[in-house]
Design a binder for this molecule. Structure first.
Ligand code: ADP
Ligand code: MG
Length: 225
């Protein structure tokens, strides 16, 4: 047995199937992510990075192939099981933070823990610990609109890690930031991931950032190489 936390095998996905404008985005993707491994997903815009991450994170379903999360093949599972697995085992970060605007930074990180049955005291302690590790503890009571882009994204990372998922999926997490901010925010993400022992798959255009990860996979013509 390996310590694979996420495996994709023969994953295929097309849009507009059967229509004249059918696009075969993923044409048989295979990938194994082991615990503690940080992998860069590099490909030009429009090649299917988001599609792949959404399928891996159970936000979308493949047409063919399997997604195995923490040893369970998710393909045949009920929506309920998929939702529970997504909540417990997967952290997702988008290019834009997607924080809830009416809640504070702290609340954005405690809410997903409440959904998992964590007590308010424990959830707050966990949120503060995460915020501290990415140097935004002093912004805990601020709402997203009162934070800089880099701070918003760091809070979004904390939210994604709140329930200590086995795997973090990040879709161009620093793509919206200027280069200098992008660099420090990426370092914050790496600190969180390395401190947790989780696996991470991080889509990026930035080859400097990709080079700082353990391994690079490229999406070329619908397959991972
Ligand atoms: P990337 O994240 O690498 O930029 P995407 O996964 O977003 O790539 O998109 C891959 C291809 O699939 C693109 O050609 C895009 O236009 C197409 N696509 C993505 N989502 C849809 C959709 N919901 N319906 C039709 N085509 C889509
Ligand atoms: Mg994308």
């Amino acid at each position: 047995m390996s310590d694979a936390v996420l495996s994709l095998a023969g994953v295929k996905k097309s849009y507009n199937k059967g229509l004249a404008n059918e696009v075969n985005v993923l044409q048989g993707c295979d990938l194994t992510l082991n615990a503690g491994e940080v992998v860069a997903l590099v490909a030009p815009s429009g090649s299917g990075k988001s599609t792949l991450l959404h399928i891996a994170g159970l936000l979308d379903e493949a047409d063919e192939g399997s997604v195995t999360l923490a040893g369970t093949d998710m393909a045949g599972q009920s929506d309920r099981r998929r939702t529970a697995a997504r909540r417990e085992d997967v952290g997702f970060v988008y290019q834009f933070h997607h924080l809830l605007p009416e809640f504070t930074a702290l609340e954005n990180i405690t809410l997903p823990q409440f959904a998992n049955g964590v007590s308010p005291e424990a959830a707050e302690a966990r949120a503060m610990e995460l915020l501290t590790s990415v140097d935004v503890a002093h912004r805990a009571s601020h709402r997203p609109a009162e934070l800089s882009g880099g701070e918003q994204q760091r809070v979004a990372f904390c939210r994604a890690l709140a329930n200590a998922p086995r795997v973090l999926l990040a879709d161009e997490p620093t793509g919206n930031l200027d280069p200098a901010t992008s660099d420090t925010v990426f370092e914050a993400l790496m600190t969180l991931v390395r401190g947790s022992g989780m696996a991470a798959l991080i889509a990026t255009h930035n080859l400097d950032l990709a080079a700082r990860m353990d391994r690079i996979v490229r999406l070329e013509d619908g397959v991972l190489v």
